[in-house]
Design a binder for this molecule. Structure first.
Ligand code: TGC
Ligand code: FAD
Length: 390
């Protein structure tokens, strides 16, 4: 009997390394993406619209705060399941994965890890239910790669804090009910949970984007924003607070682009099988097969990197340098694959009828946010040499 053929999107059967529960998570999110996301996402990108109507489904599936313990309203999943959620959502669109990453890793995680018991009880269950949406303000207009040079500051005024400054490129900014904001104080960098209805807070949506069009991106302004002492996250001080959140989000982002690349390869395989040029299917050309094989090789490598990263995370052994290596590799892999697929689709590849260019354009942001490729290369370089080249 001939051996069953390999899954072109999973040549090493990485799925067989998943537990039954992890496979169930992947299948559930995959079905949601196939049924609810793929039919609308090209139009959302075209119309520069985040599909807010999907938020109740995303929350209902337990995708917001998936790793947060159930006592705070989360789904209590492991890190690999969270990674698979990111992978499947980004198979739909990076904008959806961004939405879930920011809510889960950048807003719920710091409240869970650094927040008071009251903050956890007040926010986490409602954030998990999708009733309270968060955004994360770290980047400032003068230079995101170097967050230590932070100008936004919070000053004590009696028992309150008064925040002044600006943040730039903030995902979910105009959707958010709360902003997790990082600000300089006399005592170092501190995090604050700021309701977006607080007087002096303003979110201004950034338009004319050519990337992540199905996502809300905003500038935030703080003009004497006064919050009570209870708004400060008591459990962390210094840059390690926001960098600890980034570690969580970057881990998820190593998985996301795998989904985007798989979507592109799937599309290119179907297209090259059907498209007949010079009397034979495109797929019958050596140069096309070499390109497709190279994409499969790179996707497989990325899958194995992320899975091992997830196993290290779940064993409590994850190191930031390991996350940097995979974030750099997997974003680079996916953007190269998406661009290559767009080329193979010819003219058909330039509209939203196909997904390759949408993914390629989105990945221009994904390779930049959460630390640019250069930042992650330098983190790995520092680990190897012991010399800080920033
Ligand atoms: P350094 O000053 O040496 O360290 C400060 C403290 O932080 C600790 N640390 C980390 N902790 C946890 N995770 C990490 N990845 C950490 N990296 C450093 C460090 O141990 C130290 O702790 P302590 O106790 O000694 O105070 O800082 P550094 O030299 O390591 O950092 C330099 C650099 C360039 C790596 C860092 O500034 C950096 O990562 N820059 C990039 C900034 C960035 O990624 N911004 C992202 C903004 S958020 C975003 O893009 C969201 S998009 C989301 C979406 O839509 O999906
Ligand atoms: P810069 O830091 O100015 O970098 C410019 C260039 O210089 C890059 O190529 C970089 O690699 C290079 N560079 C930097 N340092 C060095 C060096 N030492 N040596 C050589 N080259 C170097 N931020 C948030 O806080 N919250 C969010 O929710 C969020 N969402 C985002 C959503 C989108 C769509 C985008 C595009 C960005 C988002 N960001 C967010 C901001 C993002 O994290 C920053 O864009 C990113 O960290 C880079 O900062 P920058 O854009 O200021 O570029």
């Amino acid at each position: 009997m001939p051996a069953p053929s390999l899954d072109p999107l999973d040549l090493y059967d990485v799925r067989s390394l998943l537990s039954e529960e992890e496979r169930m998570v992947q299948d559930t999110v995959g079905r949601f993406v196939d049924e609810k996301v793929l039919p609308i996402i090209g139009d959302c990108f075209d119309q520069s619209r985040f599909p807010v109507e999907l938020i109740p489904d995303i929350a209902g599936l337990g995708l917001l705060g998936a790793t947060i313990p159930e006592e705070y309203g989360g789904a209590g999943m492991n890190g690999v399941s969270y990674g698979l959620i990111c992978q499947e959502l980004e198979r739909g669109d990076s904008g959806l994965r961004s939405f879930a990453s920011v809510q889960s890793s950048l807003c719920m995680y710091p409240i869970f890890a650094y927040g008071s018991e009251e903050q956890k009880r007040e926010y986490l269950p409602r954030m998990s239910a999708g009733e309270v949406i968060g955004c994360f303000g770290l980047t400032e207009p003068h230079g995101g790669s170097d967050p230590a040079n932070m100008k936004t500051h919070a000053k004590k005024a009696g028992d309150d804090w008064v925040i002044n400054g600006a943040k730039m490129w903030i995902t979910n900014g105009n959707l958010a009910h709360i902003a997790v904001v990082w600000a300089q104080t006399d005592d170092g960098i501190r995090g604050f949970v700021v309701p977006t209805t607080t007087p002096g807070f303003k979110a201004q949506e950034i338009h004319k984007k050519m990337s992540l069009r199905a996502s809300v991106t905003s500038a935030l302004f703080f003009d004497d924003v006064r919050v009570p002492a209870s708004a400060m996250l008591p459990g962390v001080k210094g840059l390690k607070g926001p960098l600890g959140c980034l570690n969580q989000a970057r881990y998820g982002i190593t998985w996301g682009p795998i989904g985007a690349a798989q979507a592109c390869l799937k599309e290119a395989l179907a297209y090259t099988a059907e498209r007949v040029l010079f009397g034979r299917p495109l797929a019958a050309n050596q140069s096309i097969q070499v390109k497709l094989a190279d994409m499969a090789r790179r996707i497989t490598t990325a899958q194995l990197l992320s899975l091992q990263l997830g196993r290290l995370k779940d064993a409590g052994r994850l190191r930031p340098t390991q996350v940097s290596l995979a974030k750099w590799n997997n974003c680079r892999m996916a953007i190269d694959v998406a661009r290559q697929c767009r080329d193979i689709l010819g003219g058909a590849g330039i509209t939203t009828e196909h997904s390759a260019l949408r993914h390629a354009l989105n990945l221009e942001s994904v390779i930049t946010y959460e630390g640019t490729q250069t930042v992650h290369e330098l983190v790995v370089g520092r680990e190897l040499t012991g010399i800080n080249a920033f």
